[in-house]
Every structure is written in C-alpha cells, then in structure tokens.
Design a protein around this ligand. Sequence first.
Ligand SMILES: CC(C)(COP(=O)(O)OP(=O)(O)OC[C@H]1O[C@@H](n2cnc3c(N)ncnc32)[C@H](O)[C@@H]1OP(=O)(O)O)[C@@H](O)C(=O)NCCC(=O)NCCS
Length: 171
Amino acid sequence: MEDRPKRYMRETRTVRTSYVFPPDTNHLGTLFGGKLMAYIDDTASIAAAKLARCTVVTASTDSVDFIAPIRVGNVVTVEAMVSRTGRTSMEIFVKVTAEDLKTEETKIAAISFLTFVALDEDGKPTPVPEIIPETDEERWLNQTAIQRAEQRVLRKQQSEELARYLSKMPL
Ligand SMILES: CC(C)(COP(=O)(O)OP(=O)(O)OC[C@H]1O[C@@H](n2cnc3c(N)ncnc32)[C@H](O)[C@@H]1OP(=O)(O)O)[C@@H](O)C(=O)NCCC(=O)NCCS
C-alpha cells in the first residue's frame, strides 16, 4: 500500500464572491447559466489544486442543478471543497448561494459535484493526498461519494459508447 500524505478537507475550502452585474445576466435579469458554470469550474479547480499542488484538469461535471435564480444586484458566492479522493482523482463539492444584501435573504442557488484529475509534468495522472473529513457535513459528503463515483463510471462508459457510435455517423 502506498503511504500517501493526508490533508483535512477544510484545507481545500475555496470561496469566490461577486456581485451580479447586468452584463452577466440574460433577458430575465438572472445570471447566465454558462457564466455560473464557469465560476463553478474555476472555484472547484482551485480547491482541487489546493490539495494536489500540481496541474489539475476537469475530468467530469455531474449535473448542475439550478435550484433558484440569481438576480442582478445579488451577491453570488461559490464555495468549493474536495469531498473525496481516489488515487489520482478528486471529487469536489460546490455550493452556490445568492444573497440580497438589502433584505438579507440568502438562498442556495445551485449544487454540483465535479471530478478533477491531478497531472504530473508529463500530463499523466499522478497520486493526490488523501482527504480527512472532520464535521458531520464533511463526513456525509465523503461517505456518499462512493455511490456518486460508481454512477460516474457507468456514465463515462455510456458516453464512450455514444462517442464510438457517433464517430461512425457522417458529420
Ligand atoms: C481526465 C483524464 C486526464 C483522465 O485520463 P485517463 O487516461 O482516463 O486516466 P485514467 O483512466 O488512469 O484515470 C485517472 C483517474 O481519473 C478518473 N476519471 C477518468 N475519467 C473520469 C471521468 N469522466 N469522471 C470521473 N473520473 C474520471 C479515473 O477514475 C481515475 O481515478 P483514480 O486514479 O482516482 O482511480 C483524461 O481523460 C483527459 O485528459 N481528459 C480531458 C480533460 C480536459 O481537457 N478537461 C478540460 C475540459 S475542457
């Protein structure tokens, strides 16, 4: 067995906060989904790199559930943390909140899980430290990650199968 270094989950916690301005919104005055996905990927990649301390790439993004709209003038906060480590891969939990600073109303706007892979200087997957959960929420995220990882393996097989099928079709 490899004796890998260990880090606390909290050491990977990464928070990104900004106002939502009109150029970031659609005709309904709410934040573009694509913009939010870029914030999520960016914040998650920093959380992953805080653990791996090397280049990391997004291997997959589980569904992003847009639970509530984020309106122009709101403050959007994206919070990311490594929730599980494999050998070279890391699952990142991301929670997005929207806050109206005038009314003090805060709501969870989106939740997502992403997987990043650490790469060495030759671009090959390389081992990452193990993660240690401490709080109840962290333990829950860590324990439920196995099931999500199993679902990802199935999804990847289906995507590869679909890609093989589509590659045979005329473009
Ligand atoms: C992600 C990538 C490096 C994996 O390389 P690979 O040759 O498939 O490597 P492996 O099969 O050895 O897998 C390495 C790890 O990644 C995990 N992994 C690979 N594909 C995955 C996927 N789609 N979802 C979740 N995890 C994945 C494996 O389970 C393995 O984890 P482990 O080491 O913790 O057990 C490779 O597929 C890649 O470069 N993809 C493109 C990434 C990219 O460009 N991202 C930016 C998006 S625009």
